[in-house]
Design a protein around this ligand. Sequence first.
Ligand code: COD
Length: 313
Amino acid sequence: MITSFTQVEEKIHSYPMQKIAVASGTDSETLHAVQMAREKNIAECVLVGDEAVIKSTAEKEGISLAGVEIINVADPMKAGLAAVQLVSENKAQIFMKGYIHSDDFLRCVLNKEVGLRADNLLNHVFILEATHLGRLLFITDGAMNIAPSLEEKARIISNTVALAQIFDIEKPKVAAVSAVEVVTPGIQSTIDAALLAKMSDRNQFHGGIVDGPLALDNAINPLAAKYKKIGGVVAGNADILLMPDIVSGNAVAKAFAHITGGTTAGLIFGAKAPVILPSRSDSKQSKLMGMACAVYVAGANAQKRVKIGKVHF
Ligand code: COD
């Protein structure tokens, strides 16, 4: 089981080199991450964006882009489409967001002609290096699916279980998170969580085990689960936090990064190729770890042919 980003970095050194197409990578943190990825042999990058801005940012920051290919496309949306096309034509293997709005970037991923849509739902996962807990935490969905329905939540779980299994978590424990751990008629997410838990009891999911509703404390902290007398294998030990909506998912991951200084890696899963979706304000280390995790997922896909399990409705 992979419990840290250091282990991810160690693993990918035996993998073939991957090329990352960066959409509008004009900002300093992205360019620092591109340089670090090259120096640490994590990945090669091709920057698709405004060449003049890329070069002036690099010069101001003392970043060397020697050997990095730059394709000059000034408009961020056009740069996104040109970059995603490189991936769909296998001229690059991974697609990454630079200084472009998330919704525009996601529209490039979903573009019917040049995008990376597969038959299934795509979702965003923040991977948190939770050193205090001694493991990685997978938080979903904090950046793509705005207010998922019960069916979409089930598909998000299925995707994320497959992602966590790539990180050698054999039977991922999924907490369907709400504000409270009891079914409360006025809080729809508690009802969805209870239904997802029942679906899990009836083996409607492949691979993981789902319980809920659980509040954030008793989902990840065994003592909190004990104090509140919540049994089961998931309570206190969740690997995956299924959040009720994009607002809560995004806020929890950003609180972790900006209050505790923790490192996150943001990925879109379920597409034809790995996609890195950091926040524009993420640190270079988070962007670099997004790259490392995407390379790891691409390598694991090539080796094990990872399959997303079907949800039995
Ligand atoms: N998986 C697969 N296909 C999808 C998904 C998905 N998650 N979402 C939409 N599609 C398909 C639809 O089936 C449809 O065929 C097509 O894409 C367009 O769908 P719409 O009409 O919902 O598309 P948009 O462009 O209005 O919205 C899609 C976005 C992903 C852009 C939208 O959901 C969005 O803005 N999400 C939040 C992005 C954001 O701002 N994140 C902030 C994070 S920092």
